[in-house]
Design a protein around this ligand. Structure first.
Ligand SMILES: Cc1cc2nc3c(=O)[nH]c(=O)nc-3n(C[C@H](O)[C@H](O)[C@H](O)COP(=O)(O)OP(=O)(O)OC[C@H]3O[C@@H](n4cnc5c(N)ncnc54)[C@H](O)[C@@H]3O)c2cc1C
Length: 415
């Protein structure tokens, strides 16, 4: 197929782009997926350690798994779904969080979400931090949770947006990796890898997409790049789209980074038990011991803590993790661990962060970001989702929705 002239170009090959391109191809629309990286998957990326364990350095959990469309895709691929409850549903290791204190924290967590539910009914939006109980000892840890859930502390987050997120609380994993699942799903669509898009000229009769490998003309396009890439204007629109850029600024990407650590004598720990680094501060990581029973620790860092560690790379994340784990498990523990891998999503030039949240007052930007322009430019990606933002299934659903809009627009033109 000539790649310089196609019916539809999909820009970005993450969850949204792959789902959109599959839908278009299945509807016999001639499409081309253009991706900046040398691989598909975007923020879904599975690496492997020397023993062949699949390590998801980006998304790992099939959230809302009982209605998550990636589950059917995994089954179609013959991939292995693991239904072990996630570590945050289990009681943490007593040494890191004594049982009674953990129960008290769970209560405070539930009460915070009850206040969120109520406050979201009011007309005015506000930072989610306004819902903290000033007298509660658990505020630092609630903020730490926020850095894992949203990638940012509560004072940066719109309470209305946070309340709109829908979860069914069913969380599964795919043993071969979420990244592998998504890239495999896209492997059969026509695509160009290693091909960043620099500009989109929609001033003429056809849309002209300028890439590092030359220009492509299309009837319509679906833009699925992260909101932070749009906000940073890494892709220029001609004519400019100030409303879109403004909406993207209202939906920054929070930061979450994972460090994988190899663990000797791992059997000491139950599979999937969780260790809290600290329970009294915001800058602390969560440690998922033995995911899938493997001799590995998956350490999760969020918000300002992750941002401060990124410039120091793997060594900085590992030193931080070891100092927290030694604090809980004793100094000999340091001899049993070594770093395997980290990925710094904040400094990744094609994501500039991990997942989107709305700034206070900007919750409705998700709809603005998702709106088509002139029946020719369509938008998808997790940040466009009203209820499933920040997730790979949110990406999928927005990708399919944008593809369906394209298909409807093409039918309307032909009729
Ligand atoms: C550490 C971490 C943990 C996470 N955990 C989970 C989880 O457990 N469960 C979950 O559901 N989600 C999780 N997420 C979020 C999830 O990964 C994302 O929400 C989802 O993958 C986003 O998909 P997308 O298609 O919207 O965007 P992306 O995956 O970012 O896809 C956009 C694509 O656009 C490409 N691109 C960028 N600029 C250009 C350009 N100029 N030209 C061409 N292409 C370009 C990018 O390379 C990328 O491939 C996590 C993310 C991270 C980072």
């Amino acid at each position: 197929m000539p790649t310089s002239d196609v019916e539809v170009v999909v820009i970005g090959g993450g969850a949204a782009g792959v789902a959109a391109a599959r839908r278009l191809r299945d509807a016999s629309v001639q499409c081309l997926l253009v991706e900046a990286r040398p691989r598909l998957g975007g923020r879904a990326w599975t690496a492997h350690d020397s023993d062949g364990h699949a390590l998801d350095v980006g998304c790992g959990w099939l959230h809302s798994a009982d209605r998550n469309p990636w589950v059917a895709a995994a089954e179609a691929q013959g991939a292995t779904i693991d239904r072990t409850p996630p570590p945050w549903m289990n009681r943490p290791l007593d040494a890191s969080f004594p049982r009674a204190e953990h129960a008290d924290f769970r209560r405070a967590f539930g009460e915070f979400y009850d206040r969120l539910d109520k406050a979201a009914q009011c007309e005015n939006d506000a930072p989610a931090s306004t819902l903290l109980n000033p007298a509660s000892r658990w505020n630092p840890l609630l903020n730490a949770m926020s850095t894992y859930i949203s990638g940012a502390e509560l004072d940066r987050i719109s309470l209305k947006d946070l309340d709109r997120y829908h979860s069914t609380d069913v969380n599964w994993r795919v043993v071969e990796g979420y990244g592998t699942l998504i890239s495999t799903h896209g492997a059969t669509v026509p695509l160009m890898l290693d091909c960043p898009v620099n500009a989109i000229d929609h001033s003429g009769a056809r849309v002209k997409i300028e890439t590092s490998k030359g220009a492509i003309a299309a009837d319509q396009i679906i833009v699925t790049v992260p909101s932070a890439i749009l906000a940073a204007e890494r892709i220029r629109f001609l004519p400019a789209l100030p409303k879109k850029i403004e909406a993207a600024h209202g939906l920054p990407l929070g930061l979450a980074d994972k460090l994988f650590i190899a663990l000797e004598n791992a059997e000491e720990f139950e599979t999937s038990v969780r260790i809290f680094g600290h329970t009294d501060r915001v800058a602390t990581a969560g440690y998922h011991m033995r995911p899938f029973g493997w001799p590995i620790i998956e350490a999760y860092f969020g918000g300002s803590c992750a941002a401060e560690l990124e410039p120091g790379g793997e060594a900085a994340f590992f030193d931080f993790a070891v100092s927290e784990l030694v604090g809980v498990l004793g100094s000999d523990f340091a001899k049993r661990v070594r770093p395997i891998r980290v990925h710094c999503w904040g400094s990744d030039p094609f994501s500039l962060g991990s997942y989107s949240f709305a700034a206070p007052g900007f919750a409705d930007c998700r709809q603005t970001l998702a709106e088509p322009v002139d029946g020719r430019l369509f938008f998808a990606g997790e940040a466009c989702s009203r209820h499933d933002f920040s997730t790979a299934h949110g990406g999928y659903l927005t990708g399919v929705a944008a593809a369906d809009q394209v298909i409807a627009a093409r039918r309307a033109t032909k009729a």
